[in-house]
Structures are given as structure tokens and as C-alpha cells.
Design a protein around this ligand. Structure first.
Ligand code: MRU
Length: 363
């Protein structure tokens, strides 16, 4: 386990996908045991599990579940059921590229398993469960490496501002932006973490505050609108956030409210870092303009619990993500170190190094 240890975000659980239901945090710690692809897809759509790497890992486990629960008796039947599951899972959320990255890996694993000599329904099932569990393990390892790399940009006694939840809850464990926080805290460098509450779904207030407090890391929640004032007062040293998709030129899509934070950081001369695994980098998307931005429904914005906040009939807009232009980003912290501008060169270099290492490890 990658944090203090008595809880987990997601895992393969025999014949099911087990998830901590993040909608019920911080009041209740309830685990879901999902037994079908429909349930897994719904858990992603309804934000029981969220955060780009966690969405990718959950989708990989969902594809493995499709194989494990397929009633087919032959290889072709299992293959057909998994292909159908991949399409359903791909339709859950559009912005986090980790989803499509993980499904692409599961598709390649399926094709390889089906093409193996003497492939059977059971050999495909075993191959996909093994691959999904490997994707989960690799995500935790990547987050730990991000944490180590990020130490280089965290000053002593740092006051770190973060947005949304890019923590253990948003990954298979340890976190990206909060991975940097965890590593810096372990190194004795964190004075405090300011967590934006992150309207409208309150991932900062509910999730970041929960997991940092659980690890004994000093965290203070602020309303999103307070960040500029606190920067001006000299109460922030560095901003570290996660990402849902990083375009080839280094533009970064992340939770709505990230872009104004980057503008504020520039105005106040503060470094603004993005922490993300290379599975979040999408070289096929040239720049931020081309990143699909999810629009979510009215209820998450217009209601708190059962309480309706708005006058009846008044519409809302709810883009769930925004794009921060690469010129506002001081560096992108990945499992292979800190990528700096020009990102169109540094990101492909890191991806190529990772590809060569993976090939060498595969033999
Ligand atoms: O809508 P969410 O909660 O899935 O959005 C999550 C974020 O924007 C995170 O900052 C991002 O996925 C990085 S997670 C390591």
C-alpha cells in the first residue's frame, strides 16, 4: 500500500473490481464490489472513482472483469465480450487520456493473447487479469517516482498550494501532485499544504483534506477564490497540481479552476508545476485547443446534498476541466524527471526513454 496503509483506492478482488466509493468521503468509508462492466462504467461516470490515473486503472480492471466473467466457452467468444466492454468503458469520460491509454493497452493485450498459439478462453482471461494488475502496480511505481523527482522543486519549509485531488485517491496509490507532497513531507520539507476546496464537486475539501489528514500531513482548506489573496500575502511558495491530459506542446487540461490558479501564480512570481505520469501525455493531441472538455450536469453545481441552491429554471454551465497554456507551466514532473520547455521536445524524449526501458525489461 502506498500511503499510511489502512485503506485502498481500487484493486482486483478475485472475481470483482473493488473501489472505495469517493462520493461518500469524508464521512463514510464504503467499498464497492463491482461484478459487471456496466457497474464499473457507471462507477466511473458517477465519480465513485475519479482522477485520471485511477480512471485508467479502473477501466483496465473493468476490461479484465469482462474477460473473467464472460460466459463464452471459446477464445473468440471471450474476445468479442472484451471488445464490447472496451467500447462501453471508453464512453464513460472524455478528458482524462489515461482512460484511452489503459484501454489501448488492454486491447493490445487481448490481441496478443488471442493470437497466441493454442489460445483458449481461460488463457485470455488469465492474460487480461495479469495485465490489468500490472497496470495498477505500474501506476503506483510511477507515482512514487514522480514524488522523488518532485523533491527537486520543493524548497525547505514549503507552503504548497494544490487544486482538486491528485492524490492516492486519484491514482492506484500515493498520488501525483500529492505524491510530490508525500515525498517532500517525508523529507521534512513541508510546512503546510493549502487545498483549494474545488467547486463544484469539492474534491479538494472532501478528498485531498481527507487523505492528507489521514497521513498526518498538515492541510488547510480554502475556498477557490481565496488563492489570489493568500499568494499576495506571501503565504504560498509553490503550486503543484495534477493533469488529465497533457498535449504535445505542454498545454495541460486539469480540473476546472486550475487555469486561473496558473495565471495568479504567474502574477505573483510563483512556480506552477504539473505532476503526472507519462500515461497522461498525449502526443496525438497537438495543443490544448484539441483536448475534449467534459461538460457535466446541473445537479453537481446547483445542489449541495438535497439542498437546491439556485432559483428554479436558471441554467448553469459546467465545464469540468480547463486548459492551462504551457507558457504558464514551470515544469512537468513525471516518473522520468522534470520535463521543461520546450515541451514539444522534452515530452517525446521522456516517452521514448520509457519505451526503450520497457522494451529492454521485456527482454
Ligand atoms: O473530475 P475528476 O475528479 O476526475 O478530476 C480530477 C482531476 O482533475 C485531477 O486533478 C487529475 O485527474 C489528476 S489526478 C492524479
Amino acid at each position: 500500500m502506498s500511503h499510511a496503509g489502512d485503506w485502498f483506492t481500487l484493486r482486483w478482488d478475485g472475481d470483482a473490481v473493488a473501489l472505495l466509493d469517493q462520493r461518500r468521503l469524508p464521512r463514510e468509508e464504503v467499498y464497492l464490489r463491482l461484478r459487471s462492466v456496466a457497474e464499473v462504467a457507471e462507477a466511473i461516470e458517477r465519480l465513485a472513482v475519479r482522477g485520471a490515473p485511477a480512471i485508467g486503472c479502473t477501466a483496465a480492471l473493468g476490461a479484465a472483469l469482462a474477460a473473467a466473467t464472460s460466459p463464452a466457452v471459446d477464445a473468440a467468444g471471450v474476445q468479442r465480450d472484451v471488445v464490447r466492454a472496451l467500447a462501453r468503458l471508453a464512453a464513460t469520460r472524455p478528458t482524462a487520456v489515461n482512460l484511452f491509454w489503459a484501454l489501448g493497452r488492454m486491447r493490445a493485450g487481448l490481441d496478443a493473447a488471442a493470437a497466441a498459439p493454442a489460445a483458449t478462453a481461460d488463457s485470455i482471461r488469465a492474460a487480461l487479469v495479469t495485465l490489468a494488475c500490472r497496470i495498477v502496480e505500474e501506476d503506483v511505481a510511477a507515482c512514487r517516482a514522480i514524488g522523488r523527482a518532485g523533491l527537486a522543486v520543493i524548497p525547505p519549509a514549503a507552503r504548497i498550494l494544490t487544486h482538486c485531488n491528485a492524490g492516492a485517491l486519484a491514482t492506484a496509490g500515493y498520488g501525483t501532485a500529492l505524491g510530490v507532497v508525500r515525498a517532500a513531507f517525508a523529507a521534512g520539507r513541508v510546512a503546510s499544504v493549502l487545498a483549494d476546496e474545488t467547486r463544484p464537486f469539492l474534491q479538494g475539501a472532501r478528498l485531498t483534506a481527507w487523505e492528507l489528514a489521514r497521513d498526518g500531513i498538515p492541510v488547510t482548506v480554502i475556498a477557490d477564490a481565496m488563492a489570489g489573496h493568500l499568494m499576495k500575502q506571501g503565504e504560498v511558495d509553490v503550486v503543484v497540481v495534477g493533469a488529465d491530459r497533457i498535449a504535445a506542446n505542454g498545454d495541460v487540461a486539469n480540473k476546472i479552476g486550475t487555469y486561473p490558479l496558473a495565471v495568479l501564480a504567474r502574477e505573483h512570481g510563483l512556480p506552477f508545476y504539473v505532476a503526472a505520469p507519462l500515461s497522461t501525455v498525449d502526443l496525438a493531441t497537438p495543443d490544448g485547443e484539441a483536448i475534449p472538455i467534459e461538460e457535466r450536469g446541473r445537479a453537481e453545481l446547483a445542489r449541495i446534498g438535497e439542498t437546491e441552491l439556485l432559483p428554479d429554471g436558471v441554467p448553469v454551465r459546467h465545464p469540468a476541466f480547463d486548459v492551462t497554456p504551457h507558457r504558464l507551466v514551470a515544469g512537468i514532473i513525471t516518473e522520468r524527471g522534470i520535463a521543461r520547455a520546450p515541451y514539444a521536445e522534452s515530452l517525446p524524449r521522456q516517452l521514448e526513454a520509457a519505451r526503450l526501458e520497457a522494451r529492454a525489461q521485456a527482454g
